[in-house]
Design a protein around this ligand. Structure first.
Ligand code: AMO
Length: 434
């Protein structure tokens, strides 16, 4: 049994392929064209025998079948290789009409209909390409960290204290106790630094996002890394630049056919990403657009969009780093800058209009961390914090790390309008099915 893409290697041989009925067009009693879909793509099968064509009667989309015929090379047409003089074996007939038509180059259905019928929509070749590509991107992310002596970990997703603060956390009833769905593996990846020194995790994170935007989901796929024993903030920036360069270049080498078919354009890439501080960005924004965000602690979405466009135009880079965020907006695990206590040792990596990575140096001094927790009105004795804090008592080196929203990165790399298009079964305020 061959796959559709293998036909080119068997011209004039009799071969068999198997898959799902994608479309069938009966031209006459003695001529029918069937398009069969398998895991790798589509293949055309031509029937010239009335008895074979009869077997296809009442077979609807998704009928499972195998077809045997002679491979021919076609000088023109959509399919360069096809099966001719074919016979068919109907393995499992489908008699329910498909809820959406996926036989065309594009799915013509509104967003809700598409999401509601995801089970079928995912079988469309464009959808298949998106998620094939997502798998390749994720594999390349792993490859980078594996090559740089990181150990992969898996941390719990039901936890005792919200890692990224109380806003946007899902509280759950855990056998009568209060628990939370992990917003990130933050505490756990830090606790693993004294064990492996360099760790990474690719896993689910949960954010109770009430806003229905094109860049937020309630369940996301995140890449988290954490490393000890580096000398400065610039070292983690350099690691992030190398990481992004590696993943983009490797993905383009490996999957250019998928990226091209999806209409993706290769990012503008430089070895060292342009950097701008939050304050300078506020000033630049004011100067260029008249919008004043100088009193804001974080970046406004319009500023993220602006600086990405500015960077592409003036600095030839689709990636841009914004650094020196105000200390007043820091999380308790962030490190306060030594020279300037008004800023945190934090930077965000922006890509094509959105923040995709937050990276920070961590506070590793046990007493200072306890004080920072108290300063934010929290109790360091909380059982959900105790074990995290313990790890700083017993030999924690200076350490840094980042969290990257994989789904957002895939969205922007392919150029998808909505983040939901980059998730198989997206979760948002309305949707917990399919
Ligand atoms: P942060 O909260 O900034 O940092 O999250 C890191 C990255 O995750 C992505 N992201 C989201 N993507 C889609 N929908 C959402 N609701 C959503 N929320 C976050 C973004 C963001 O840049 N613990 C820190 C990281 C660290 O310091 O290591 C953290 O979680 O791309």
């Amino acid at each position: 049994m061959l796959l559709s893409w293998e036909l080119s290697k068997h011209v004039w041989e009799i071969v068999e392929i198997r898959g799902w009925l994608h479309t069938v067009r009966v031209v006459s009693a003695n001529l029918a064209f069937l398009i069969l879909r398998d895991r790798d793509g589509l293949a055309q099968v031509v029937f010239e025998d009335a008895n074979e064509i009869k077997k296809l009667e009442w077979c609807l989309l998704w009928t499972i079948l195998s077809a045997k015929g002679t491979v021919a090379e076609m000088p023109k047409g959509k399919f360069r290789f096809e099966l001719q003089k074919a016979s068919v074996n109907v393995i499992r007939k489908v008699v329910y009409p498909s809820p959406i038509d996926i036989s065309k180059d594009e799915i013509h259905a509104d967003w809700e209909t598409l999401l509601e019928n995801k089970v079928v929509a995912l079988r469309h070749p464009t959808q298949m390409k998106i998620f094939k590509l997502a798998a390749i991107i994720e594999k390349n992310m792993r490859a980078f960290f594996d090559q740089n002596w990181f150990t992969q970990i898996n941390s719990p997703k039901i936890i005792g204290f919200p890692t990224e603060w109380w806003a946007e956390v899902f509280e759950i009833d855990y056998f009568g106790r209060k628990a939370y769905l992990a917003q990130s593996p933050q505490f756990y990846k830090q606790m693993m630094v004294p064990v492996f020194e360099r760790v990474y995790e690719i896993g689910r994170a949960y954010r109770a996002e009430k806003s229905n935007t094109s860049r937020h989901l309630s369940e996301i796929l995140m890449l988290d890394m954490e490393m000890g024993f580096i000398d400065s903030f610039d070292d983690i920036i350099e690691m992030t630049e190398k990481f992004a360069n590696f993943v983009v270049k490797q993905t383009w080498t490996e999957a250019e056919h998928l990226l091209t078919a999806l209409g993706a354009t290769k990012p503008l890439l430089v070895d060292q990403f342009p950097r701008i501080s939050v304050d300078d960005l506020h000033e630049l924004m004011l100067k260029e657009t008249g919008e004043d965000y100088r009193k804001e602690k974080d970046l406004a979405p319009s500023e993220e969009k602006f600086i990405c466009e500015y960077s592409a135009k003036h600095w030839n880079s689709d990636f841009v780093i914004v650094d020196w965020f105000p200390w007043s907006d820091a999380k308790f695990y962030h490190h306060q800058n030594k020279e300037n206590p008004n800023i945190a040792d934090r930077a965000d990596l922006l890509f094509r209009g959105v923040e995709i990575v937050t990276l920070t140096q961590r506070e590793v001094n046990y007493q200072k961390l306890v004080d920072q927790i108290k300063a934010q009105g929290q109790n360091p004795e909380h059982p959900g914090l105790k074990h995290y804090l313990d790890s700083f008592k017993y030999g924690m080196p200076d350490e840094w790390g980042f969290g990257l929203g994989i789904t957002r990165f895939i969205q922007k790399l392919i150029g998808l309008e909505n983040i939901k298009e980059a998730e198989l079964f997206p979760r948002d305020v309305q949707r917990i099915t399919p």
